[in-house]
Design a binder for this molecule. Structure first.
Ligand code: BJW
Length: 235
């Protein structure tokens, strides 16, 4: 394996699937039960905030019963032991990467464990249920909180930092994402444009599979630890 210096890793719902967190577009995924326009758009929230709060309350409660798996742990180990830089960009709003020990981490679609106040624009840690009567811990306003997640039509977080990292990386890994949602689905092209080697690790080829130099297919808990072992033993 060549001596890489800078790795950017994109993860999606597939890395948390074996922890018991639902994916979106698999056969029994979240979007097979719920219309994304109702729960993952600003318009849906304006139409029926209670429904959106309940959707995220259920998922937040579900976090108490799940744990990081071997794939999350392997990426945390890679960050600890790799001699170069590792930036982990996750589309997931769960906290399994940080619970596994990853620290150089961007939640580009937000975090289930945070509230965003539409009155003062502050973000606050949030672990309980949220409703239209919830009070902002930062400014005290009532009725302005929403889950701190990025819905369709909204700008994902820290895009400048992500694009700078993609322009400077020599290895790009995409793990457990279907490649349906932009801008994340375009990261592989961006990394390739700047000369990075690109690898997809997924259960099945994603929508953008032909953009990758290499594919490793299988369950995240098997292929990610094996890939990380290979990288760290090749030093
Ligand atoms: C396993 C496995 C195992 C299973 N092991 N693998 C037309 C063209 C282009 C773009 C657009 C367009 N029309 C609209 C847009 C923009 C839109 C978009 O992309 N729409 C598409 C549907 C077409 N995007 C946006 O609106 C974004 N904002 C934006 O574009 O701003 C403007 C901008 C422009 C330029 C630069 C920058 C910005 C915002 C997108 C927000 C997405 N939000 C959601 C919900 C909120 C969070 C939440 O509730 O959790 O985020 S949608 C949902 O999809 C969630 C996910 O993060 C995201 C991605 O899903 P993911 O992770 O890929 O999951 P799945 O289920 O799709 O795939 C799982 C994969 O795992 C599968 O491949 C399985 O095989 C695999 N797997 N088990 C390994 N054990």
């Amino acid at each position: 394996m060549p001596a890489y210096k800078s790795i950017v890793i994109l993860t999606g719902a597939g890395i948390s699937a074996e922890s018991g967190v639902d994916t979106f577009r698999d056969k029994d995924g979240i979007w097979s039960r719920v219309d994304y326009r109702d729960v993952a758009t600003p318009e849906g929230f304006i139409r029926d905030a209670a429904r959106v709060h309940e959707f995220y309350n259920q998922r937040r409660r579900g976090m108490a019963t799940v744990n990081p798996n071997a794939a999350h742990a392997a990426l945390a180990r890679l960050e600890r032991e790799f001699s170069g830089s590792v930036l982990l960009v996750t589309q997931n709003i769960d906290d399994l990467h940080e619970r596994a020990g990853s620290t150089n981490l961007i939640h580009m679609h937000g975090e289930l464990g945070k509230a965003l106040c539409q009155a003062c624009e502050q973000r606050s840690a949030w672990s309980k249920d949220m409703s239209a009567l919830s009070q902002c811990p930062a400014c005290g306003a009532v009725g302005y909180l929403r889950p701190d997640v990025v819905w369709f039509g909204e700008m994902p977080y820290q895009m400048e930092r992500i694009y700078a990292a993609l322009a400077g990386c020599d290895l790009f890994l995409s793990i457990g994402t279907s490649g349906n949602v932009y801008p994340a689905a375009g990261f592989v092209e961006e990394a390739r444009l700047h000369g990075a080697h690109t690898v997809e690790l997924n259960l099945e080829p994603s929508d953008g599979h032909s953009s990758f130099n290499e594919a490793v297919l299988g369950k995240a808990t098997e292929i990610v630890p094996a890939f990380v072992d290979g990288m760290l033993s090749a030093r």
